[in-house]
Design a protein around this ligand. Structure first.
Ligand SMILES: NC(=O)c1ccc[n+]([C@@H]2O[C@H](COP(=O)([O-])OP(=O)(O)OC[C@H]3O[C@@H](n4cnc5c(N)ncnc54)[C@H](O)[C@@H]3O)[C@@H](O)[C@H]2O)c1
Length: 360
């Protein structure tokens, strides 16, 4: 199978838009979509923080898809989690297609409350609209002093091929682990696919190809053209790290999907962006190791950072650090939004009767 290379048209430079301006624009748009002010703020904070942290795939560019989902009944403003099972330290919730930014926050508040009471908690959250950047939920638990692990399955059109397969069977199933640490937690947060689906959309918007080894075209042949994910018949993203990523993706299907009640992928597309998440949270103080955790992290950091870097000016990072570095730059300079994304956002706002420009 040869590598297919499709030349893409040249992109105009992205426009740097101040964070506050994106936020204000987004809150107006989500209010026009029927969200109360506090929900609009939660949704926009989730999207804009993804941009600030460098994950533009999960940023404000999703607004057009979210607006379509509200129109089609796939995202419903104003929902709170419905308790399906309450067994003390174990709680099962159903999101009834509400916005993940609201339901995720409410579910984490329950996990935090139960973990403080019992020492640990298992909280299943089924049937929510998109939960966005999963690291946000790990950070919320870490701010409360808890260690957390999050398994998510996405019941959308399948986008990811199994290891050894040639067409898509599951979705990008993110996985997250967060460990509290002052002043900032350590946060592992990534899709179990070689690349998040939204990053193929950003690459299309920026008119660029992607690295080899990430994508298959609709015939199962390797390609660097991200547009294979956005046309019919659709291509597939490969799992990250071959069998290792694939095995973790399967566990996200089972813990995130089967064990929350949200269900696993089976070939039926039930929703464009349905998320199910299982959260395990515990208090390290109750395990007896909370008092030494900061010192252990510092000891590990000092040891690993002493490794000679492969490149001059390079260095060793811990999970969560790249995002904070990007946020410092973007808080100062603004969020880079491709011309095509800005045009789509402007058209979306106009269709809702919103005349606030996203650009200055
Ligand atoms: N809700 C959904 O349906 C859904 C689906 C897929 C992905 N996502 C989100 O998409 C976002 C992007 O996912 P991704 O797979 O593109 O992430 P990614 O491949 O950019 O990996 C990000 C993770 O790797 C860590 N990292 C990066 N460089 C590092 C380094 N040099 N040293 C140590 N750690 C390093 C980061 O701190 C972060 O934890 C995530 O926030 C994820 O939750 C959400």
């Amino acid at each position: 199978m040869g590598v297919m290379h499709v030349p893409l048209p040249r992109a105009a430079d992205p426009v740097l838009v101040p964070v506050a301006r994106v936020r204000a624009w987004g809150e107006t748009v989500f209010a026009a979509l029927g969200c109360a002010a506090d929900e609009a703020m939660r949704i926009v904070t989730g999207l804009v923080d993804a941009n600030r942290y460098g994950h533009d795939s999960h940023g404000i560019g999703l607004t057009t898809q979210y607006a379509d989902h509200v129109r089609d009944g796939h995202a419903v403003p104003g929902r709170t989690p419905r308790i399906v099972t309450d067994a003390g330290a174990l709680v099962a919730l159903d999101g009834d297609l509400g916005f993940g930014q609201s339901l995720g926050a409410a579910a984490m508040d329950i996990a935090i409350e139960r973990a403080r009471h019992f020492g640990c908690a298992v909280v299943g959250l089924a049937n929510t609209h998109h939960l966005g950047r999963i690291g946000r939920w790990g950070e919320r638990c870490a701010q409360a002093g808890l260690v957390s692990v999050h398994f998510v399955n996405v019941r959308s059109h399948p986008w990811v091929a199994p290891q050894g397969g040639t067409d898509a069977r599951v979705s990008t199933n993110p996985f997250c682990v967060a460990v509290p640490h002052a002043p900032r937690p350590l946060v592992l947060d990534y899709a179990t696919s070689a690349v998040a689906l939204g990053k193929t959309r950003v690459a299309v918007d920026e008119c660029r190809t992607m690295a080899p080894g990430l994508l298959l075209d609709a015939d199962g042949a390797p390609t660097t053209d991200p547009s294979v994910m956005w046309r019919e018949p659709c291509g597939a993203i490969l799992p990250f790290a071959e069998h290792k990523g694939w095995a973790l993706a399967v566990m996200c299907e089972l813990l995130g999907g089967a064990l929350t009640g949200g269900g696993v992928q089976d070939g039926r597309t039930v929703h464009p962006m349905l998320n199910n998440m299982l959260t395990l949270a515990f208090d390290p103080a109750r395990l007896g190791t909370g008092g030494t955790l900061d010192a252990e992290i510092a000891r590990l950091a000092a040891w690993v950072r002493a490794s000679p870097p492969v490149a001059i000016g390079g260095g060793i990072l811990l999970p969560g650090e790249p995002e904070r570095r990007t946020a410092a730059v973007r808080d100062r300079d603004g969020i880079p939004l491709p011309r095509r994304t800005l045009d789509q956002l402007a058209a979306c706002a106009l269709a809702l009767g919103v005349h606030v420009p996203i650009e200055g």
